[in-house]
Design a protein around this ligand. Structure first.
Ligand code: FAD
Ligand code: SF4
Length: 510
């Protein structure tokens, strides 16, 4: 009897119990398929990173003594459908048992489960042994509570896993240091360059072109800089702990035109494909924090742990609690098409030009760029969340639906009506100017709400609140905006709304 075990591109967990023993009757299969390059239009760096990481992982598995079938995109027998490839292999290799790791995406989970159920041979799904939480854990935790609050969940996780705790109290006696973590970057001399690598990707790129894979975005053939294997991933983690962590929290929300990564870890891809586990990342960070020779403030460490132990696990839990319906939520009823310039960066709004341009160049933007620049504008302009999702799912190297859609449709677009976030994340130019150096070189005037060069964010901001008065007037986190808005003279409000309307009608040319 032989067993066939499927490993998907985001299931590259070196420490999985599957690999603890070698069995000559077990074959592992990995495949590059058009099904996965084509479910959305992807940034070329995302496709390349996945394929490179998969190839390195399969080489590692083989070196460890396991049997691996690795199907390349241009292999002649590749049907480009995961179930069809599996069926063919099961026949050709006389397979009597099929095993798979539970997919993190609903789409794949359903596809592989349906396939597995249709088999006449034995089949079984296994946990990926990556997350702190099980799929259903968050839903169970919130079963009898009124709303899903990230903060409540995060505190529970801190206690449950004894992370940053002094017995039952939070270390430092505070759960949250957000107040200390909102600084603009003024002194760029403290910045470090990111830890990068140099892979030649000419072979993979030729293959993508030969196979007519659709993609967009920029790539440097001789100089692909992302870490795509475990060893390099560990170096990125070490570099983060030593060089960047001491400043992480303080500048977590800062944006700078000349520096894309600032003090961010760049670990999302590595964790999302499971080359690194969230547990080992947190352990390494805590080890650094406790080192005698370092003096890292707790606010930096807590700010980071919150993202991984809190937000990342929370998003996974919300995803499994709310899918498949979540993917269609549009509670604010937004239907405008995404402007074409989201795909080119060709707009005169400097913040968007820069954040989009950087994303096209690097397949990366940090959280506040995603939330408060590209996401903020899309929300203010009432863009259809389906199109916003498609953009985020395609453009970022770390985009996998479970964490992309909850962040985009939920946190950023409020299309879930407030499941993920308790308020809409919108701002006028004031916030963007406070956190970045974008406005300095913009052809729009950050101080104007109306008039020829008035910053579009300013009128769109008030237009958004005016449009959604019924939804937000009872929301305690934003209802004070209505007091400010209602106090403005009638003529001023009319002029602002008219300006917003003009901008929205001319959105492609902003
Ligand atoms: P750091 O700032 O160094 O943070 C450390 C880690 O914390 C990240 O690697 C990530 O694993 C985790 N993290 C931080 N914020 C979040 C969050 N809100 N949700 C879940 N995990 C978080 N993250 C993705 O991994 N994939 C996505 O597709 C994705 N899409 C997003 C879309 C929008 C609209 C927004 C607002 C955020 C999105 N995020 C997504 C969350 C976050 O922006 C990225 O995780 C982060 O920018 C990755 O860069 P980094 O590794 O340098 O992060
Ligand atoms: Fe963006 Fe407005 Fe600032 Fe220009 S002035 S960079 S459009 S916020």
């Amino acid at each position: 009897a032989s067993t066939l075990r499927l490993i998907l591109g985001d299931q590259l967990n070196h420490h999985h119990s599957w690999f603890k023993s070698k069995d000559p009757h077990t074959i592992y299969v990995m495949m590059e398929v058009k099904q996965e390059t084509g479910y959305v239009n992807h940034h070329v760096q995302k496709i390349v990173a996945f394929f490179l990481a998969m190839r390195e992982f399969s080489t590692w598995l083989e070196k460890e003594g396991h049997q691996v079938i690795y199907m390349k995109l241009d292999d002649v027998e590749n049907t480009h459908s995961i179930p069809r490839n599996l069926s063919n292999l099961i026949k050709a290799k006389n397979i009597t048992r099929f095993g798979y790791l539970l997919p993190d995406e609903y789409r794949l989970d359903k596809q592989i489960k349906d396939f597995s159920d249709s088999l006449e041979i034995e089949s079984e799904g296994f946990d990926t042994e990556h997350f702190f939480t099980q799929r259903e854990e968050l839903a169970n935790f919130f079963k009898h509570k009124k709303s899903l609050l990230m903060e409540t969940f995060y505190r529970h996780m801190r206690k449950k896993h004894h992370i940053l705790m002094d017995q039952n109290r939070p270390a430092g006696d505070k759960w949250n240091y957000d107040q200390l973590n909102r600084h603009k970057l003024k002194d760029t001399s403290i910045l470090q360059s990111p830890k990068t690598f140099r892979y030649n990707i000419a072979g993979i790129l030729n293959m993508l072109n030969k196979m007519e894979v659709h993609y967009f975005g920029e790539i440097d053939v001789n100089n692909f800089q992302w870490a795509i294997n475990r060893n390099d991933g560990l170096l990125v983690l070490e570099y983060f702990c030593e060089e960047l962590l001491p400043y992480f929290g303080t500048y977590q929300d800062a944006i700078h035109t000349e520096h894309a990564f600032l003090f961010h870890s760049r670990l999302s891809f590595l964790m999302n494909v499971k080359l690194l586990s969230p547990k080992e990342v947190i352990e390494k960070v805590m080890e650094q924090y406790f080192k005698k020779e370092t003096t890292i403030a707790i606010s930096q460490v807590e700010g980071f742990i919150r993202q991984i132990l809190g937000w990342r696990e929370f998003m996974r839990g919300v995803y499994w609690a709310k899918m498949p319906g979540y993917a269609h939520l549009n509670k604010l009823n937004h239907h405008r098409a995404l402007p074409e310039w989201y795909w080119t960066g060709k707009t005169q709004m400097n913040c968007l030009k820069h954040a989009i341009g950087q994303s096209l160049k690097l397949a990366y933007a940090h959280h506040i760029q995603r939330l408060m620049i590209t996401g903020n504008f899309a929300l203010l302009a009432n863009i259809n969340p389906d199109e916003v999702d498609e953009w985020y799912l395609g453009i970022y190297i770390d985009a996998i639906e479970w964490v992309e859609i909850t962040n985009t449709r939920g946190m950023s677009q409020f299309a879930d009506g407030g499941i993920v976030g308790t308020k809409p994340y919108v701002s006028s130019a004031n916030y963007i100017n406070k956190m970045s150096n974008y406005c300095k070189k913009c052809s729009y005037d950050k101080n104007l709400k109306i008039g020829k060069n008035a910053c579009p964010f300013n009128s769109l901001y008030w237009n958004f609140f005016d449009l959604h008065r019924e939804k937000f007037i009872t929301n305690q986190r934003v209802n004070m905006m209505y007091r400010t808005w209602d106090k403005k003279p009638h003529e001023e409000r009319t002029a602002i709304l008219k300006q917003a309307e003009q901008y929205l009608n001319n959105i492609e040319n902003l």
